[in-house]
Design a protein around this ligand. Structure first.
Ligand code: CU
Length: 568
């Protein structure tokens, strides 16, 4: 672990204290009541100013900076986090990916948890039942976007199967000086407000050259009918993209000695941005997804949805600097970090890859479908040839990206096309195999269908056609084995996140389905997961795009408490 960049953190202070034989936090913070065997952390939530690439911005900070401090914990520990709200508005902290008691989950309005009022404090108490890379963030309004996010690294109780000489968190985020409430208002006025990548007439002529007049115009007309832009991969642009709170000029850097093994814990803590991540010249071995170990898979790049995490091992052998590039899928900019053998070095920055265009094929629509009601996007009228669950082509799901892009002129077309350079390999969900075999072989007894829906022109994002708390919640029995089928009827990818539990991604694996808490459901496609409902509670299930969630793309996933055996 490099202490270099972080300065002497509280954790380091604790480590030093324990190395010096000083047991317990009471020695470090005299006067605070010590809980035997508990690890305590205090997070002050305050308004503060932060500096990115030399520019100063207001922010909401946890512990004074953005991101908040990385919390280094150990599996089996019980942790106490005292959160003191020094804002003039309510706040909350949610522990993303952690298994915990419902009231400690930190989502206001769920599990009898309420937001922490101005001037108030709340103590979270979590007994850590897992290890890996996670993060924490506000679950109130747009506060996450304003700086309330930080990383969590939980060391396993048993020796870590992943060996590394150095271990770093790379927390990706998107920053704007615009207030989140203002952004949402603008989005509601016009869905295209932020979409500056609109296609122009000259684009049309290029399409006509390639596809012929009829096809080009037909595609246009279809898009027009749906009131969506074919470039709507992301609906908010104008962000700058950060690694560990650092901009492109700040250039977050870490050092290595050639031949060392580096573990990079990459977290997508952005509000709205899905990234393609690569380190040109360096292969990455993916060893964990969403905090859970997977069988190692070597790739050149991966796509990371909002709320997802990937741990990778890299083995730089050359005496040169490398650039980690994270390009948002709308290619409106990039975040970078540098891995270098010495201070002051930087790697080459490759040109941004072209922006992918979505096509009607992303909606599973081929040929004439003139009678279709685009306004309601009724699932039953869609072409489900490729969506039959039983025969679903899992390789084509989610991250399916061919090793080389199809030979074609112009920008890549279709969600799956990341513009991966020829001969390079992009991670697909189908590549993820759980490190340990799935304990559950039980076939799901219940299938729950969740349609991802929206009325884009009014910026209403919904589940099964209902805004949050306007439709029925999902309710399952304790211990029930359920399948959740997400059917995306919209033109955007939605990273769907479940609190309180892991699910197993149905990615074509049989007994090694990866355990995740976020699944990207691509535009017009579907994804399915299975889970055993063994965490009683009233859990949020939502799209992790901040403005989609705030617009209503959220529901309750209620797991009834276990039945109490009748007394005799
Ligand atoms: Cu969404």
């Amino acid at each position: 672990m490099s202490i270099k960049q972080a300065g002497l953190s509280r954790r380091d202070a604790l480590k030093l204290a324990s190395a010096a034989g000083l047991a317990g936090v009471a020695m470090v913070y005299p006067g605070r009541r010590a809980f035997a065997g508990l690890k305590e952390t205090t997070l002050l939530v305050t308004e503060n100013r932060i500096t990115i690439d030399g520019d100063s911005f207001p922010a909401i900070t946890m512990g004074g900076g953005v991101p908040g401090p990385t919390l280094y914990w150990r599996e089996g520990e019980e942790v106490l986090v005292h959160v003191e709200n020094r804002l003039s508005e309510p706040t909350s902290i949610h522990w993303h990916g952690l298994l915990l008691e419902g009231v400690m989950d930190g989502a206001p309005g769920f599990n009898a948890y309420s937001a922490i009022g101005p001037g108030e404090s709340f103590t979270y108490r979590i007994k850590l039942r897992q290890s890996g890379t996670y993060w924490y963030h506000s679950h109130s309004g747009g506060q996450e976007q304003r700086g309330m996010y930080g990383a969590i690294v939980i060391a396993p109780a048993t020796p870590d199967p992943v060996k590394a000489d150095r271990d770093h968190v790379l927390l990706l985020s998107d920053h704007t000086a615009d207030h989140p409430d203002h952004i949402l208002r603008k989005l509601k006025v016009s869905e295209g407000y932020y979409n500056r990548g609109k296609r122009t007439l000259s684009d049309l002529s290029a399409d006509i050259d390639r596809d012929g007049l009829a096809a080009a115009w037909k595609d246009r007309r279809d898009w027009g009918d749906m009131r969506m832009d074919p470039t709507d991969l992301a609906d908010v642009t104008g962000y700058r993209f950060l690694v560990n709170g650092k901009g492109i000029a700040d250039n977050w850097t870490t050092l290595f000695k050639p031949g060392e093994r580096l573990r990079l814990r990459i977290i997508n803590g952005s509000a709205m941005s899905i990234f393609d991540v690569a380190i040109p010249g360096l292969a990455m071995i993916v060893v964990a997804a969403d905090g859970q170990n997977v069988l190692p898979v070597k790739v050149d790049e991966f796509r990371i949805g909002v709320g997802e995490t990937y741990d990778v091992i890299v083995l730089p052998t050359e005496d040169r600097a490398y650039t980690l590039m994270a390009e948002p899928i709308d290619r409106s900019g990039y975040a970078r970090a540098t891995l270098a053998p010495r201070e002051g070095m930087q790697g080459e920055i490759p040109p941004l890859r072209p922006r992918t265009l979505l096509t009607m094929a992303d909606m599973g629509m081929h040929g004439d479908h003139g009678g279709m009601d685009h306004g309601s996007m009724d699932h039953s009228t869609m072409d489900h040839g490729a969506m039959d669950h039983s025969s679903m082509d899992h390789a084509a799901m989610g991250h399916a990206m061919p090793m080389t892009p199809a030979a074609q002129e112009g920008p890549p077309r279709g969600w799956e096309q990341a513009g991966t350079p020829p001969g390079k390999r992009a991670l697909r969900y189908a590549d993820l195999k759980a490190f340990s075999r799935n304990p559950e072989a039980t076939v799901p007894t219940t299938e729950i269908i969740l349609r991802l829906t929206g009325i884009m022109e009014r910026y209403i994002w919904t589940l099964n056609g209902h805004k949050f708390d306007h439709g029925d919640p999902i309710r399952v029995r304790y211990g029930e084995r359920v399948r959740l089928r997400f059917i995306n009827t919209t033109m955007m990818a939605h990273p769907m996140h479940l609190h309180g539990m892991f699910f197993e991604l149905e990615n074509g694996q049989t007994d090694r389905m990866p355990r995740k808490h976020v699944v990207i459901v691509p535009p017009g496609k579907e994804a399915s997961v299975v889970l055993t409902a063994n965490e009683p509670g009233d859990w949020p299930l939502h799209c992790h795009l901040l403005f989609h969630m705030n617009a209503g793309m959220m529901t309750r996933f209620i797991v009834d408490p276990p039945a109490t055996p009748a007394r005799s």
